[in-house]
Design a protein around this ligand. Structure first.
Ligand code: B4P
Length: 187
């Protein structure tokens, strides 16, 4: 199973990704988690990424591509993986296709699009701001992230539609219901 999770910030990619990991026993590769870990550890990469992340922009392609390529080459990713937050623009999607070929892996099976309204996204991320205090969960930054999603990431729905791989799932409801919807369309 090789899945890409597509959806606006706060649509539940990270949340549902964890459930898919437990169900399928394959790793989740989250560029957002990897970048936040680099920021926390104060690495060179983290220093480069922090200002862009805090402002709601997309980190440079070469940085995130390097993270994914390194991870996809590891032994546990050979039988499948869940990509959470990558690709986020068409250039990254094209690189991913080439990378999988180079690594001798089949292409992705499905791009699961979690559909959630903008009002729900703002509500969820403001909620998370209260609990976790993430720098990019401030209202103006959330709105910027939604804008960036619409301009840069939404075109991936067309990219994967042309390959017949997009499945759209309603992302509002209980975690269990949404998970079952995902399982139903990825069978
Ligand atoms: P990400 O970490 O990918 O952040 P995100 O889009 O906000 O998704 P997240 O995983 O946090 O939200 P989720 O839906 O799980 O990216 C952060 C930043 O990193 C980007 O802005 C960018 O700067 C950089 N970045 C990452 N990847 C990149 C790439 N490929 N290229 C360039 N830059 C990149 O959950 C959100 C909240 O909703 C949670 O609190 C959760 O508990 C809640 N929730 C989930 N499901 C729910 C439900 N059904 N009902 C109610 N609440 C729910």
């Amino acid at each position: 199973m090789r899945l890409v999770l597509l959806g606006a910030p706060g649509s539940g990619k990270g949340t549902q990704g964890e459930k898919l990991v437990a169900h399928f026993g394959i790793p989740k590769i989250s560029t957002g988690d990897a970048l936040r870990a680099a920021v926390k550890a104060g690495t060179e990469l983290g220093k480069k990424a922090k200002a862009t992340m805090d402002a709601g922009g997309l980190v440079a392609n070469e940085i995130v591509i390097g993270i994914v390529e390194e991870r996809l080459g590891q032994a546990d990713a050979q039988k499948g993986f869940i990509l959470d937050g990558f690709p986020r623009n068409t250039a990254q999607a094209e690189v991913l296709d080439g990378m999988l070929k180079r690594l001798g892996q089949p292409g992705i099976d499905k791009a699961v699009h979690l559909h959630v309204t903008d009002e729900e996204i703002v509500k969820r991320l403001l909620d998370r701001a209260q609990k976790e205090g993430r720098e990019d969960d401030k209202e103006d930054v959330i709105r910027k992230r939604i804008e960036v999603y619409n301009a840069e990431t939404r075109p991936l729905l067309d990219y994967y539609s042309k390959q017949g791989k997009v499945v759209t799932v309603e992302g509002i409801g209980s975690l269990e219901d949404i998970f079952n919807r995902i399982l139903a369309v990825t069978r």
